[in-house]
Design a protein around this ligand. Structure first.
Ligand SMILES: Nc1ncnc2c1ncn2[C@@H]1O[C@H](COP(=O)(O)OP(=O)(O)OP(=O)(O)O)[C@@H](O)[C@H]1O
Ligand SMILES: [Mg+2]
Length: 143
């Protein structure tokens, strides 16, 4: 199933993500695609809020993985911008998070495309013009 939403603010993007969060379970993987500043981290903030996690999802640009607790299960947030190979992902010990006890949200997920599970939810964000409008496509596999 593919759905589209157009948002006019970071707040609206977080709200769209919070609606998706209602359908996530431990083991869910959310792959986030989009250019720098498209709103991937913002979307993860909305997932965290929707899951009831209390820690704010700050941009993990200098850390590969951040953990958000406080909800019924954890949200793991990986930013693979600086990953140059799948080997780096594996040696960082991140593989287990794709099939773990929480939800895994991954920025720049195309870096590890061959490792993504079949049921990965793909979220594609695109800035529309120079302002605050974002086109968001959410592709959820049929179960
Ligand atoms: N409709 C919108 N949705 C999301 N973010 C928006 C929107 N309008 C404006 N913004 C702003 O765009 C920026 C998005 O930044 P964010 O860190 O989420 O992008 P990113 O895709 O994670 O970038 P990076 O690749 O650098 O990690 C924020 O400053 C946010 O406030
Ligand atoms: Mg980001």
């Amino acid at each position: 199933m593919i759905s589209h939403v157009r948002t006019n603010s970071a707040e609206q993007t977080r709200a769209a993500a919070a609606r998706l969060a209602e359908r996530l379970l431990p083991g869910s993987v959310v792959a986030l695609h989009g250019d720098l500043g498209a709103g991937k981290t913002c979307f993860v903030q909305g997932l965290a809020a929707g899951l009831g996690c209390d820690a704010p999802a700050t941009s993990p640009t200098f850390a590969l993985l951040h953990e958000y607790r406080g909800g019924p299960f954890p949200l793991y947030h990986a930013d693979l911008y600086r990953i140059e190979s799948i080997g780096e992902f594996l040696s960082a010990g991140l593989l287990d998070y794709l099939d773990g006890d929480g939800v895994m949200a991954i920025e720049w997920a195309e870096r590890i495309a061959p490792l993504l599970p079949q049921y990965t939810i793909h979220v594609r964000l695109r800035a529309e013009g120079a302002g605050d409008v974002r086109e968001i496509e959410i592709e959820e596999p049929d179960l």
